[in-house]
Design a protein around this ligand. Structure first.
Ligand SMILES: *[C@@H]1O[C@H](CO)[C@@H](O)[C@H](O)[C@H]1NC(C)=O
Ligand SMILES: *[C@@H]1O[C@H](CO)[C@@H](O)[C@H](O)[C@H]1NC(C)=O
Ligand SMILES: *[C@@H]1O[C@H](CO)[C@@H](O)[C@H](O)[C@H]1NC(C)=O
Length: 167
């Protein structure tokens, strides 16, 4: 089964889960394109945060995970009750997928909203072995209380508020 990340419009009441449409995806996939201004979020292998998120999410699904591109006004939402898994309940996954949303010039939800459907949350640890085909940037391991754009204050985009990641 392909696990496809949920995304929704900004109004949480209208958030929808988009189920997999690819019948036979066999890998970590994404069609999301990052703006060039966010190249500093790429890892040492030249992978975008969106592709890194696909690898990270795939660790709980036999390596198969798709991160769909966001349309204007959409954002990634947390896992649904039926598709929740340990990977998506890690703050590291949240940090990487949030970076993926930001690099597409879209907005993000807070960690405390993201983890609504998680029974166990993993802060700054990854609960599964991540594929050797990727590398998780150090910034993804930082406690979400001091999240990404607090680490890169001069690069914090105007569409991400300073408190966006705080719990
Ligand atoms: C939690 O799961 C419900 C039902 O599956 C879903 O409607 C909701 O969007 C999920 N919450 C988040 C934050 O993703
Ligand atoms: C990013 O989104 C904002 C609206 O939130 C828009 O004004 C701006 O032009 C966008 N920037 C790029 C490079 O697309
Ligand atoms: C993350 O930061 C918060 C607030 O400072 C703290 O309460 C929490 O224990 C930290 N978590 C970890 C895993 O370090």
């Amino acid at each position: 089964m392909v696990v496809n990340l949920g995304k929704g419009v900004i109004d949480a009441a209208l958030a929808v889960w988009v189920l997999a449409t690819l019948p036979c995806a066999l890998a970590q996939t994404t069609n999301a394109i990052c703006l060039s201004a966010y190249a500093f979020l790429y890892n040492s292998r030249g992978q975008s945060p969106c592709l890194i998120a696909a690898y990270a999410g795939g660790a709980c699904n036999g390596g198969v995970f798709d991160v769909p591109a966001l349309d204007v006004g959409e954002q990634y939402v947390g896992p649904s009750t039926t598709l929740v898994d340990n990977c998506q309940c890690s703050s590291i996954f949240y940090s990487v997928i949030s970076a993926c949303g930001v690099c597409q010039n879209q907005t993000i939800i807070t960690w405390s909203s993201w983890d609504t459907n998680c029974t166990t949350v993993y802060v700054s640890v990854y609960p599964e072995a991540i594929s050797t085909g990727t590398a998780i940037p150090a910034w993804a391991y930082v406690n979400v209380s001091v999240w990404l754009f607090n680490l890169f204050p001069s690069r914090r985009p105007s569409h991400v508020s300073t408190s966006a990641s705080l719990s």
